[in-house]
Design a protein around this ligand. Structure first.
Ligand SMILES: Nc1ncnc2c1ncn2[C@@H]1O[C@H](COP(=O)(O)OP(=O)(O)OP(=O)(O)O)[C@@H](O)[C@H]1O
Length: 235
């Protein structure tokens, strides 16, 4: 589905927390219309990179542009972010969170959110507090995927759901993204998710060590992404 427009341009990105270097001179370009896996072991810098893209971390070195704009209000309005933990208050009902998204994001498509919720067997009158971990994940994913954002960033989107529900979620991601969108997915569940990746980025101790098309990897190495990852990161 890739089109040639460059959506994300990262040049010389470095970020340290005190003495700890989390990202080291990262260079990365990502085109529109792809699903990209951001893969690396614990502490390799994935969340730090995601936070930079979302405008949540500002004190970094280097240059980051999304759709030609430096990180700021313009990019925030075109990035839809699923964090790896629940972010709605327990007192809310699903319909309150839907209204919140409607107020916050001009590009939010309410009817699409309802469609996705239906697919996930969730209803507007459900209370967030009474949802299981997996139900909360599905609900948040339905909201995040219902923005017509250019970049959708999903941090561990299927960590809390059972294997059957994982398949439904992956099919939903595949069938709901458009050509002008890019989806960046950080995950440890590589074997489960790799079927939907167009390309992958391996990150190791803050460095990008691989940035490649999945088809090329499979053809050149004869390996799955999961196998390649295990080889690269074996201790
Ligand atoms: N707020 C912080 N203060 C200090 N160090 C931090 C902070 N956040 C992250 N780090 C450090 O930066 C490095 C990268 O962390 P990051 O959370 O980006 O990794 P990650 O790849 O997302 O890990 P995981 O897969 O476990 O979520 C780690 O060494 C981590 O300890």
């Amino acid at each position: 589905m890739e089109n040639n427009e460059m959506l994300l341009e990262i040049t010389g990105l470095s970020k340290a927390y005190g003495k700890k270097i989390a990202l080291h001179n990262v260079n990365l370009n990502i085109h529109s219309g792809q699903i990209v896996g951001l893969l690396g072991p614990n502490g390799s810098g994935k969340t730090t990179l995601i936070k930079v893209l979302n405008g949540l971390l500002k004190d970094y070195d280097g240059d980051v542009k999304i759709n030609g704009n430096p990180i700021g209000p313009k990019t925030k309005s075109i990035v839809s972010y699923l964090p790896d933990e629940p972010y709605f208050a327990d007192w809310m009902h699903a319909k309150d969170a839907l209204s919140l998204f409607c107020d916050l994001y001009e590009d939010f498509d309410y009817s699409r959110a309802l469609e996705l919720m239906k697919r996930f067997q969730l209803t507007e009158d459900m209370k967030i507090k009474s949802m299981s971990k997996g139900m909360k994940e599905k609900f948040q994913l339905a909201l995040v995927m219902s923005r017509k954002a250019r970049l959708i960033v999903l941090d561990e989107p299927i960590g809390g759901v059972d294997p059957a529900a994982r398949e439904v979620i992956l099919d939903t991601i595949l069938s709901n993204y458009r050509e002008d969108q890019t989806i960046l997915i950080a995950t440890h569940l590589i074997a489960d998710i790799e079927r939907i990746f167009d390309s992958v980025v391996f990150i190791k101790e803050g460095n990008v060590v691989l940035d490649k098309d999945v088809e090329a990897i499979r053809q050149e190495s004869g390996k799955s992404i999961d196998e390649l990852f295990r080889e690269e990161f074996r201790c």
